[in-house]
Design a protein around this ligand. Structure first.
Ligand code: DGL
Length: 260
């Protein structure tokens, strides 16, 4: 059986990309809701509806687990989905705890979509782990649009990031938490703006580790030749031009993988 990765768009490829390295003998399905991206600026009700549709599709495909490779969808819908479906559902939330655990003295900047930043889950996370009030939140919705049109290093991207990050005294921060899976593509541009004391923290490794843990517990790991089936909003991606687009994203993820 296959493992599904779901995102509003191509951000979730960054989690799949890591899983492909760590699980070389699994078969994957990647579902990007390209008809409805971006989620982060829509209402919670709209996002809940989109996620429900994607889950219905993936569960009908007979996948053995679903990774919600989207912090926004996790924030809005993961609880509800876990009530509805009896397969492992692994969500993602901004790795603020990991960033605080790594340092604990300096400030931590959590970048995410507006829905994630304003969400109840984020508030719970902060109340629980940010006892010393070290965390600041930064919504970066335009990065999702830039990523969807493969614009990663343009002057507009640079100016947007320089302006948004420039609101903070970055020399006081130890980490930038990538709290949206679309943000991984911009690590090189962000790195050129961030001071040396600041490093990236994301939830990709932890999410895939949790996926493995849950599959192992059900004796669910398999040994096949690795494959990935790609879907845009329930339509199988077969067009060579679209497959080449996905390949360019994966190549970019290779390039930024080791940027810390
Ligand atoms: N990639 C998504 C996340 O991790 C959301 C992007 C969007 O659709 O706004 O939050």
């Amino acid at each position: 059986m296959k493992i599904a990765f779901f995102d509003s768009g191509i951000g979730g490829l960054s989690v799949l990309h890591h899983a492909m390295r760590v699980l070389p003998e699994e078969e994957f399905v990647f579902y990007a809701d390209e008809d409805n991206v971006p989620y982060g600026v829509k209402t919670k009700e709209e996002v809940m509806g989109f996620v429900q549709q994607a889950f219905d599709f993936l569960v009908t495909c007979g996948v053995k687990a679903i990774v919600v490779a989207c912090n926004t969808a996790t924030s809005v819908a993961v609880r509800e989905m876990r009530h509805r479906y009896d397969i492992p559902i692994i969500g993602m939330e901004p790795a603020a705890k990991k960033a605080l655990d790594l340092d604990g003295e300096h400030r931590v900047l959590v970048a995410a979509t507006p829905i994630t930043v304003k969400g109840k889950k984020m508030q719970i996370l902060i109340d629980r782990f940010d006892k010393d009030h070290l965390v600041d939140l930064l919504p970066l919705p335009r990065l999702v649009e830039f990523a969807e049109r493969e614009e990663f290093e343009s002057q507009a991207v640079h100016d947007y990031l320089a302006e948004e990050l420039g609101r903070f005294k970055l020399e006081e921060y130890s980490a930038l938490v990538l709290g949206c899976t679309h943000f991984n593509y911009f690590k090189d541009t962000m790195r050129s703006i961030m001071p040396a004391n600041m490093h990236f923290v994301d939830g990709n490794e932890g999410t895939v580790r949790e996926l493995i843990r849950q599959l192992k517990a059900r004796d669910g790991l398999e040994h096949h030749e690795q494959t990935v089936d790609y879907y845009y909003s329930g339509r199988r991606v077969e067009d060579a031009k679209e497959l080449a687009r996905i390949d360019r994203y994966l190549k970019r993820l290779d390039m930024v993988y080791d940027i810390r």
